[in-house]
Design a protein around this ligand. Sequence first.
Ligand SMILES: O=C(O)CCC(=O)C(=O)O
Ligand SMILES: [Fe+2]
Length: 353
Amino acid sequence: MARTHSEIPLLDLTLAQRDRPAFLAQLRDMLVAGGFVYLTQTPVPPAAVDRMVASTAQFFDLPTAVKDAVDMNGSAHFNGYLRKGAAENPIREQFNYGDEHVALEAGAPEYHKIHGGTPWPDDALFPGCRAAMAEYYTHLKRLSVQFTRDVAEALGLAPDALEPLFEADVARRQLRCKILRYPACPPATTGFVPHTDSNFLTYLLQASDEPGLELRKPSGEWFPAPPIPGTFIVLVGRVLEKVTRGLLKAPLHRVVSPTQGTRYSVGFFQGVAMDTRIADANFEFPQTLLDIKRARQEREGDETEYADRMPAGEVVLNFKLKAHPLVAYRFYPTLFPNFYPDGLPERYANLVH
Ligand SMILES: O=C(O)CCC(=O)C(=O)O
Ligand SMILES: [Fe+2]
């Protein structure tokens, strides 16, 4: 039986060239309505996606000792592996990676340290996988650059209007890829708690057939966002919500653990430049959009919290230091006491001397 997706906002990216006004109208309506779209027919080659999917599974199939050797708690940049059962990650396993090369300038603020390399397992242990993951990252980076222009136009701005929010040098942008594995669990086990993403836009590839991702409608009802082959789900994050002063809303989402097979997912997180202060960004949206926004705020109340006067990198760092006490202890000793005035939480005590 053919599957139908009548509730799901599917957006064909090839329409962007074929009928730009129709494409922009659809994009605007989908983003305003739910804060997310399923992109189909993207320029990311299906073979590159297939290699990414296969490499994700191969990474998690590596022996535990190999994965633990690239522990995120050994990285100042919050890259590497988080095992299942870690306090930060009770149910799922995770591996974060990003760009390799960006050196820290002398005298840079502490939060610039979030951007940096990734500890990788030896290539020989999962041949070709690191290259496939880097290839995927490059494609997603390109997609994010073009899609940001599309979003700007859909919001009635010039295509390059949002560019000043980002590092001009694409190689220095705040991008991160996160691969995830959720094991089968008893029914109704939470795989990942309800949250909004804190970044600008997230591009999710559901890398297996297992369902589990759910989004919340403005009415409060949860609905499934199933994997649809050949698509990426793009989610509005809190930064974009704040940039649009609440015209777009970051959707709450969660993951219900699979009950049968293993679920894999790959998130590509696009952030703004570390030094950007969102409060300084002022865009002139068309009156039609401002009217939609006013009506929505009367209905749904105010925007999600975001510290818009702080540099975006500092917001990210604070958030990550709260989530990763050991990284805070090891790599951010001057900031550590602000977050942990009583020292490291008990459960980490045996890990440090
Ligand atoms: O597993 C997924 O598909 C989504 C994960 C997620 O929302 C996140 O890590 O922010
Ligand atoms: Fe998320």
